[in-house]
Design a binder for this molecule. Structure first.
Ligand SMILES: [Zn+2]
Ligand SMILES: [Zn+2]
Ligand SMILES: [Zn+2]
Length: 148
């Protein structure tokens, strides 16, 4: 956890930004809620508990900044709400994929990549150099399956 904060601090510094108390509070919320995929509004609500003077605009700007320095990844579920999570590129872990339950909205992480072979095939077929991919599976989670 401290390590993630240090890496982000370094990334900010390298791009000429300082870590202000408000930025630090936002990053802390993101680290504490790892794997929760929070929206800007949810981040704002949580940061306000410790940092009541913060404004929603500061949260928006900070998320934009963290995105620019590749410190977070965005999850867009096409419901008009973008969710964020810490994702430090350069750490050899490839970003995980997501299972999205259409009934309850649960977001489940797929830790395995499983796509390397497909990437290689597509690269060869289309002579296209792939940098990354982003995968979402839509369906019904275990809990929702039990309800019927
Ligand atoms: Zn995720
Ligand atoms: Zn569900
Ligand atoms: Zn993947």
């Amino acid at each position: 956890m401290e390590k993630t904060m240090d890496i982000l601090k370094e990334k900010l510094k390298a791009t000429g930004f300082k870590i202000t108390p408000q930025r630090r509070a936002i990053i802390e919320v993101l680290i504490e809620n790892e794997n929760s995929h929070l929206s800007s509004e949810e981040i704002y609500d949580k940061v306000r508990a410790n940092c009541p003077e913060i404004g929603l605009a500061t949260v928006y700007r900070t998320m934009q900044l963290l995105d620019e320095i590749n410190g977070i990844s965005k999850l867009n579920l096409d419901d008009g709400c973008i969710r964020y999570e810490i994702n430090i590129e350069g750490e050899e872990n490839h970003h995980h994929h997501h299972l999205i339950c259409k009934e309850c909205g649960a977001i489940i992480e797929v830790k395995e990549d499983l796509l390397e072979a497909i990437e290689e095939k597509v690269e060869n077929m289309y002579n296209f150099e792939i940098f990354d991919h982003d995968l979402k599976f839509y369906g019904k989670c275990e809990n929702c399956q039990k309800k019927k």
